[in-house]
Design a protein around this ligand. Structure first.
Ligand SMILES: [Zn+2]
Length: 100
């Protein structure tokens, strides 16, 4: 997917169409390994047996096919007032900014 590095779009702060600079935000890491879910799982498995909880794979991984694309996280910066916000775009495998 090709996205223009500069686009003219509506700015809520200026209340009109202004030129915006576009940046693609890098994906952030989720959790730190020990989130609430894994702490709870550790408590469950520390007792005797697992209460039949982990004998099957979770529903999410049984039903869902793994996705091959990612949503693009665009950050727009207003060229007039400098206000920033994000705009999500449809899923795509590869993203590139095109400069003119
Ligand atoms: Zn603005």
């Amino acid at each position: 997917m090709k996205i223009p590095a500069k686009m003219r779009t509506f700015c809520r702060n200026c209340n009109k169409h202004t030129p915006h600079n576009v940046k693609i935000e890098k994906a952030k890491q989720r959790g730190g390994g020990m989130n609430q879910g894994s702490r709870r799982a550790e408590r469950w498995t520390s007792r005797i047996g697992n209460h039949g909880r982990y004998s099957r794979r979770p529903i999410a991984s049984r039903n869902m096919t793994t996705k091959t694309t990612k949503k693009v996280d665009l950050r727009l910066t207003c060229g007039e007032c400098g206000k920033k916000w994000s705009r999500s775009r449809p899923r795509s495998k590869r993203v590139e900014l095109i400069r003119r």
